[in-house]
Design a protein around this ligand. Structure first.
Ligand code: SF4
Ligand code: SF4
Length: 411
């Protein structure tokens, strides 16, 4: 019996679909040049995708046909040698179309397997937000800003080839650097991409994560009804109707909290979250009206508190709020929990002001897709100016980053 390798790529639906597809395809092409055989596929349960919802692609590689067939007989791998995570905020866990509840990002990793992150934060920050695992595993960090693109657009910033270079370093039995370089030449005909893969091979850093490290929280899960417990027909319970200002959850007068989907919380969809300065809010209701996910609890004092378990981080209400800096979208990695901002403000307004100041000073090192040509280059330029990425001292041209592998690599 030969050796079977399984790799998953966890990505954000739509924005990173082409990125995940190119990585899984690149793995199979390079493995083929190394004399192995394989297949890459996306998970059916993740379709249709929606913006930002975590989704997965897989690559299965084997040293012989019989082993590959055995691997392919499973709907999807139960264990993987490598999990590739192309957005650092996914370290908090993923809730996908394909299941109910939150799953740790390292859940499928085989003992001793490797989690490859493309991320800017330090390994300790990533580990602190990643759920604990019973067996040790390896964290590999490939420094780079998240590779997001707009709907159906592919951002050619070399993330795909950099990930292939990193795989060759952490699991050379699966791919050799030589086969990665050859596959890149055959697929993309681009020497610069080959250089980016080689640099990633040299620069990826690894560290073993022990079972005592990480977020100790148990991710939320649901007991799903058995088929014989389901109600006949399709019925959706209506939202209970009370007086105009009766809270449907507490039945008390004052404030209003809408009923929410109890089994799909959505917050793992979020890459940025709103920070609200309640002292400047003029209670105009625009955010409450415009939020596409009915996230707002109307508080007894008529303010609007975004419910952090339901917020998908779309940023719509930052755009509609008429008061400057009343709402600021901040990178999700700057937060450790989903606590109510309004309750913190009520408790201690001076301390809350300090918290807001600290959070909005945090540079949001990400974009919600790209709307204009050259936007990515602008973003990298700004980050370089702020010292967040090092572009190696080379001027970023109007056309493309002069060496996108360098820019993403942090120098
Ligand atoms: S970012 Fe604002 S508008 Fe968007 S889902 Fe969250 S609360 Fe609603
Ligand atoms: S849009 Fe801004 S000012 Fe208006 S209620 Fe919402 S947070 Fe307050």
């Amino acid at each position: 019996m030969g050796r079977l390798f399984a790799v998953e790529i966890v990505y954000r639906g739509i924005f990173q679909k082409n990125l995940a597809k190119n990585i899984s395809r690149g793995i199979v092409l390079a493995a083929h040049l190394d004399g192995k055989m394989g297949i890459s596929f996306g998970r059916y349960g993740d379709s249709p995708e929606r913006n930002g919802i975590p989704a997965k692609s897989f690559a299965i590689v084997a040293t012989d046909e019989e082993t590959l067939q055995e691997g392919m007989a499973k709907y999807e791998p139960k264990e993987v040698d490598i999990s590739i995570v192309v957005d650092d905020t996914l370290c908090k866990g993923v809730e996908s179309w394909a299941w109910y509840g939150l799953q740790p990002i390292n859940r499928l990793l085989t003992p001793g397997g490797t989690l490859i992150f493309t991320a800017m934060p330090a390994p300790e920050t990533i580990i602190g937000m990643t759920h604990r695992k019973e067996s040790p595993y390896q964290l590999a960090l490939l420094r780079g800003i998240p590779s997001f693109s707009g709907l159906w657009v592919y951002k050619n910033d070399h993330t795909e080839v950099r990930v292939l270079g990193a795989i060759a370093k952490v699991l050379p039995e699966l791919l050799s650097l030589q086969s990665v370089e050859l596959a890149i030449q055959e697929e993309w005909h681009d020497d610069l991409k080959v250089t980016s893969a080689r640099k990633a091979f040299e620069r990826v850093t690894t560290r073993v994560v022990s079972p005592s490290e990480g977020n100790p929280e148990k991710p939320y899960e649901f007991e799903l009804p058995k088929w014989h417990e389901l109600r006949e027909g399709l019925t959706i319970p209506a939202i209970p109707v009370g007086g105009a200002m009766v809270d449907p959850q507490t039945q008390q007068t004052g404030g209003f909290r809408p009923d929410r989907n109890p089994t799909f919380k959505k917050f793992s969809t979020r890459t940025m979250r709103p920070v609200v300065d309640f002292d400047t809010c003029v209670k105009c209701t625009l955010c409450w009206l415009q939020c596409p996910d009915s996230c707002f609890d109307v508080t007894p004092d008529g303010l609007y508190d975004a419910h952090m378990e339901s917020c998908c981080g779309c940023g719509v209400f930052e755009a509609v709020c008429p008061i400057e800096h009343c709402i600021t979208m901040v990178n999700e990695t700057a937060f450790a929990d989903n606590a109510s901002q309004w309750e913190a403000w009520k408790q201690d307004k001076t301390a809350y002001q300090g918290w807001v100041k600290e959070k909005i000073e945090h540079i949001p090192a990400r974009e919600h897709g790209f709307r204009i040509r050259g936007q990515y280059e602008e973003a990298v330029k700004e980050l370089a100016k702020a010292g967040v990425v090092d572009t190696g001292g080379e001027e970023i041209t109007e056309r493309v980053v002069s060496d996108p592998g360098e820019a993403s690599a942090g120098g």
